[in-house]
Design a protein around this ligand. Structure first.
Ligand code: NAD
Ligand code: UDP
Length: 342
């Protein structure tokens, strides 16, 4: 019988891609999402790609009674992947209470429900923001955690601590925290992808919207960083590769019960690329020109970060191997599809 996985935030960007990968590996999926940053279109996309419609429950994870009802209805959940969170760094500075409440109460509720229903495994979406501006590159899982520069980043640090403390105290639960670097791109079918609401904050949606004519020009934030071309350096990982790492993490939790109760893995490519590297590769991959201008640095941005991924490569037997050009082309095809461009 297929093992049942609960995916919170499963209609969102990374959750929808992961649900596809889970279904393709014969897991049964149940999605919880309150659609505060996604829509049921993602369910249609998942169904069209896989031929299977995931079970879907629309409610807010901060509502503990609804979570309990949901787990009474969907019995025998073997593991949870917890994507659901608010994630806009800038907005979190404006609305710290909303961010702390949403991201922390939903995690607390999930952990209490795991204890109540004896659900033994959790995969948690963490972020490389926990490393802040690193002293040494690439960053390993042992690199120091820096004090968070936004309430959003702080929710990830606090969440990891809550998970550690809970798992030390509640026998029979294990967790894997995955620290994502910069997820980009869309499913190769163009049926699911990233749907930023309003003006995009992230680089790739801003590029695709500029090329689609929705934005006038890409504003490159800073060309005076201590990097070879002066623009910021990040580790951009294909969302499909990222999704597949979650399936590996789930399999590790379900199959190999002798590992540490809490494990942490960096998920990136191990390669640092500048904003200009991305612009040039996008132009090469798509044949489209990106209009851009240099602007002052964006407050809160760091100059560079990229991952040491050797732990995930070895322990999860996983590697991000989608070529960057393919990923950037998938982002452009997705933008064209949602804008009805030819
Ligand atoms: P997303 O906004 O596309 O998906 C999150 C989903 O969670 C959305 O569908 C939203 O409606 C849902 N949600 C939020 N709060 C909820 C609640 N209280 N109850 C029910 N549903 C709720 O974001 P994403 O990019 O797919 O990110 C997924 C996870 O990965 C998040 O935890 C995010 O912080 C983390 N992460 C993302 C990135 C990135 O660049 N995308 C990087 C590092 C970490
Ligand atoms: N960036 C940019 N213009 C934009 C958005 C982002 O120059 O409109 C730069 C940003 O300064 C950083 C990189 O692109 O160097 C990645 O930013 P993003 O917001 O996508 O991810 P972050 O690493 O900040 O989470």
């Amino acid at each position: 019988m297929a093992e049942k996985i609960l995916v919170t935030g499963g209609t969102g960007y990374i959750g929808s891609h992961t649900t596809v990968e889970l279904i393709e590996k014969n897991f049964e999926t149940v999605i919880i999402d309150n659609l505060c940053n996604s829509s049921t279109e993602a369910l249609k996309g998942i169904t069209e790609i896989t031929g299977t419609e995931p079970a879907f429950e629309n409610f807010d994870l901060c509502d503990y009674e609804k979570l309990l009802d949901c787990l009474r209805k969907h019995k025998n959940i073997k593991a949870i992947i917890h994507f659901a969170a608010l994630k806009a760094v800038g907005e979190s500075v404006e609305k710290p209470l909303e961010y702390y409440k949403n991201n922390l109460v939903s995690l607390l509720n999930l952990l209490m429900a795991m204890r109540e229903f004896h659900i033994p495994a959790l995969v948690f979406s963490s972020s490389c923001t926990v490393y802040g501006e690193p002293d040494k590159l690439p960053v390993t899982e042992e690199s120091p955690i820096k004090s968070a520069s936004s309430p959003y980043g702080n929710t990830k640090q606090i969440s990891e601590e809550i998970i550690h403390d809970t798992i030390s105290a509640v026998p029979g639960i294990r967790a894997i925290c995955l620290r994502y670097f910069n997820p980009i791109g869309a499913h190769k079918s163009s049926l699911i992808g990233e749907l930023p609401l309003g003006t995009p904050m992230n680089l790739i949606p801003y590029i695709t919207q500029t090329v689609a004519g929705i934005r006038e020009e890409l504003r490159i934030f800073g060309n005076d960083y201590d990097t070879p071309d002066g623009t910021g350096i990040r580790d951009y990982i294909d969302v499909g590769d990222l999704a597949r790492a979650h399936v590996k993490a789930i399999s590790r939790l379900l199959e190999d019960r002798n590992k540490k109760p809490v494990e942490i893995f960096n998920l990136g490519t191990g390669k640092g690329l500048s904003v200009l590297d991305i612009v040039k590769t996008f132009e090469k991959a798509t044949g489209m020109q990106v209009r851009y201008k240099f602007y002052p640095r964006r407050p809160g941005d760091i100059s560079r970060v990229y991952a040491d991924t050797s732990l995930a490569n070895k322990e999860l037997q996983w590697k991000a191997d989608t070529p960057l050009e393919e990923t950037l082309l998938s982002a452009w095809k997705w933008e064209k599809r949602i804008r009805n461009l030819s």
